[in-house]
Design a protein around this ligand. Structure first.
Ligand code: CA
Length: 233
């Protein structure tokens, strides 16, 4: 999995980049922080650091390990907020993946996403924990309408907000040639899945795909920070 590449860039209307990511051997993660002062940055940095450290000593890394790593990060952030009142309300998304043989393990909280691209088809694996996702599930809006909804930034679940945290997780079978994409809503909240699929279709060079998607987001105004990680199995 050492062909995984990633980029994180500050949005055009943002003061600071609250997104973080890491790629560490077979494991990668993307986080997107929220909160006043520097809370968003602190939460997302805590999350990547704690998740990375937690998983670094495990071999192999399994599905439950990914959940445990997020729970561990959650507790660290909750503890930090308890000791510094002005950070109240900070939190972060986290999507984490680990590859072993022909399986992809994943865990997720929030609205950062995991996609798998195979044979020209892009599949969203994670389900957003957001207000607009609930409206989509209820059939009240379409997937494209999620992109322009005024409440599209409201999360229904985040890491670091509460002692108790439910983590989504799963296992996907993967084949050689499959492409894996992780991103924050700075990408998925501004372009459609078709745009992401076209970028993957247009090049086998993952860095070119990341850069081309970045260019697209900036062309439409980059209203949020953008983080994209892409790899080929
Ligand atoms: Ca974001």
């Amino acid at each position: 999995m050492n062909n995984f590449v990633g980029l994180s860039k500050i949005g055009l209307v943002r003061q600071r980049n609250e997104d973080r990511f890491f790629i560490d051997g077979n494991v990668c993660a993307v986080t997107d922080g929220m909160g006043g002062y520097s809370g968003g940055e602190i939460a997302s940095t805590y999350a990547v650091d704690e998740i990375r450290e937690y998983l670094a000593s495990l071999e192999p890394v399994g599905q439950q390990d990914l959940c445990d790593a997020i729970i561990h990060a959650n507790q660290r952030i909750v503890n930090r907020v308890a000791s510094e009142e002005r950070l109240a309300g900070m939190g972060t998304t986290a999507v984490v993946t680990a590859i072993k043989d022909n399986q992809l393990y994943w865990a997720s909280v929030g609205d950062s996403r995991l996609y798998i691209y195979r044979d020209g088809l892009l599949r969203q694996i994670t389900t957003d924990h957001s207000m607009v996702q609930e409206l989509l599930t209820a059939g009240e809006i379409t997937k494209d309408e999620m992109l322009s909804h005024p409440q599209r930034n409201l999360l229904t679940r985040a890491v670091g907000v509460d002692e108790v945290l439910e983590v989504d997780s799963g296992i996907e079978s993967i084949l050689p040639g499959d492409r894996i994409l992780l991103c924050t809503d700075g990408l998925s909240g501004y372009v459609t899945d078709d745009v992401i699929a076209s970028a993957l279709q247009s090049s086998d060079d993952n860095m070119m795909v990341v850069e081309s998607l970045m260019d697209t987001v900036y062309e439409v105004g980059a209203g949020d920070n953008v983080t994209i990680v892409v790899g080929t199995i």
